[in-house]
Design a protein. Structure first.
Length: 219
């Protein structure tokens, strides 16, 4: 029988393909993405990543397996990937101040994505919530791998690509895939379907995150 993550990846292929081909991604690699668009993305993503980390901790609280618990608690502290430090650098490099962060209103798609992940945990199960977190690792890792050869002529965009192609991020992605597969094996057919839906919806919000940034989405 196919692993649950194989099924998830297949089901989400059209959404992922649209992410790979989104103008945000194409222009990031070409170096033509306006800096204002990347700044917008970073400010919204800061909100996303904070909640993403918090969710790792909340899911870990409900897990029994000590290895899974440890991985998720590390994720809550931002230790599972190389994203944390590089984001601090980006904010400095692009002169995004605390005042600017404080004045940033959370855009509809960032809000909806975070709300979706909390919904999967609070109204669902930790397994569904873990499935909802997975595209965040896996899609970005695939984007990093696709873009690394061409790279980007703009320093921060190049660093962005390298972060998601990095060994640390690739390892964290592989571990998260294993975790979701294990949770999938322990789930019954109905729960597996709900996990797949959670993954698919996150894939939808991932695609719309690029679009949100590209269009500087507002309420
Ligand atoms: C919305 C989103 N999704 C995924 C990632 C990669 N951790 C991110 N930084 N932001």
């Amino acid at each position: 029988m196919a692993k649950i993550t194989e099924t998830m990846r297949k089901q989400s292929q059209p959404l992922w393909e649209s992410s790979f081909n989104h103008p945000f991604i194409k222009q990031l690699s070409a170096g033509s993405l306006p800096q204002q668009t990347f700044r917008y993305y970073l400010k919204q993503d800061r909100y996303y990543l904070q909640n993403f980390a918090d969710l790792h901790g909340k899911i870990a609280d409900q897990m029994d397996d000590p290895d899974i618990k440890r991985f998720l608690y590390d994720g809550a502290k931002g230790f599972n990937d190389s994203e944390k430090e590089v984001r601090i650098e980006f904010f400095k490099e692009l002169n995004i101040t605390q005042q600017e962060i404080d004045q940033t209103e959370i855009a509809p798609n960032a809000y909806s994505y975070v709300t979706h992940m909390y919904h999967e945990l609070n109204e669902g199960t930790p397994a569904r919530a873990a499935a909802a977190l997975l595209p965040c690792y896996w899609l970005y890792n695939e984007i990093g791998k696709r873009l690394i050869e061409a790279g980007s002529p703009i320093k921060v965009y190049q660093q962005f690509i390298e972060t998601y192609d990095s060994k640390a991020f690739t390892n964290a992605t592989a571990r998260m895939i294993e975790i979701v597969d294990k949770l999938g094996e322990e789930a019954d057919a109905q729960e597996q379907e709900k996990m797949q839906t959670a993954f698919l919806r996150s894939s939808f919000f991932e695609l719309h995150f690029w679009e949100m940034a590209y269009r500087h989405e507002m309420w």
